[in-house]
Design a protein around this ligand. Structure first.
Ligand code: MEV
Length: 303
């Protein structure tokens, strides 16, 4: 049996704007998805997991098929999935499960896949299943660390930062990334002269944040501005705002939606008083997790 894992992610800056070619900064988090694979004597692909991971099955199936195409070799597989964070919550479970499946499948078949190819194949899986996706999630889960992403050039650059103490607040229900990306596109089609500058300004925030992160300075203010602009793009919800404002009141230096919005997760930048922010979000009925940056991306755990 081979087990591979890949980390979840948070987008620190630039979600949605990245779909239009603006840069984004995303970070791998210390919560992983594990994919274990054994060969079968027939050519079926059988997937099992704890119940709530069912949303990941189309990604797992597509990832195994794409790996077979890439390697020019196929075989039946028993695949089981396990996760340390809620799936379909905006924390990158789809990309993580895809990349871990590709890595485990290739390893079981005795082949090596370089990280660049792994990220590229992971992105192809997301596009096959969702129709469209930026390279953000597949890159972060493959390479780990904090990544500056320039989608137009398909460039990812690791940024060296101090630890970034974060609290993630999950509303309990993720929004559909596909739908939210589509809603932003419709808003942009209706008011291009208003929405394009917002998208471009989000790109500007990301560039300023890159400098701030490198100098190990406070990113909270920039996160707050980014949150306001995500609200302007229509991807906020009352509950997300409630968590964001309550986290700031409880001591977070900044807080924003992370990922597609419409539910899902927010992040708070909390160098001190993390417990207070956690209990405020839990008091509002959310699931709160302290997370830190994971420097390692996809890896083989066993096999
Ligand atoms: C979703 O995690 C991030 C979005 O920017 C979509 C994407 O980058 O593919 C909303």
């Amino acid at each position: 049996m081979v087990t591979a894992s890949a980390p979840g992610k948070v987008i620190l800056f630039g979600e949605h704007a990245v779909v239009y070619g603006e840069p984004a900064i995303a970070a791998a988090i210390d919560k992983r998805i594990f994919v274990s694979i054994e060969g079968r004597s027939d050519d079926e692909i059988i997937i099992t997991s704890s119940h709530e991971l069912r949303d990941g099955y189309p990604y797992v199936k597509a990832a195994a098929e794409l790996t077979f195409e890439y390697l020019g070799n196929r075989q039946g597989l028993d695949i089981s999935i396990d996760a340390e964070f809620p799936p379909a919550s905006g924390l990158g479970s789809s990309a993580a499960v895809s990349v871990a499946t590709i890595l485990a499948t290739a390893t079981l078949l005795g082949r090596e896949v370089g990280l660049k190819d792994l990220a590229r194949l992971g992105h192809q899986v997301e596009k096959r299943v969702q129709g469209s996706a930026s390279i953000t999630d597949s890159s972060v889960t493959t390479f780990g660390g904090v990544l500056f992403i320039k989608p137009r050039l398909e460039i990812t650059e690791k940024i060296k930062t101090a630890n970034i103490p974060l609290v993630v607040g999950y509303t309990g229900k993720g929004g559909s990334t596909k739908e939210l990306v589509n809603n932003v596109r419709m808003l942009r089609d209706s008011y291009p002269e208003v929405v394009d500058p917002i998208i471009h300004t989000i790109g500007g925030i990301t560039l300023a944040a890159k400098k701030t992160l490198k100098e190990e300075e406070d990113i909270g203010g920039l996160m707050n501005i980014n949150h306001g602009l995500l609200e302007a793009l229509g991807v906020g919800t009352a509950r997300l705002s409630q968590y964001v404002y309550s986290a700031r009141k409880a001591g977070a230096l900044g807080a924003k939606i992370t990922g597609a919005g419409g539910g899902g997760c927010m992040i708070a930048y909390v160098p001190q008083n993390q417990d207070e922010v956690v209990s405020v979000i839990e008091g509002l009925g959310g699931l709160a997790m302290k997370v830190s940056i994971e420097s390692e991306g996809a890896r083989i755990e066993r096999g």
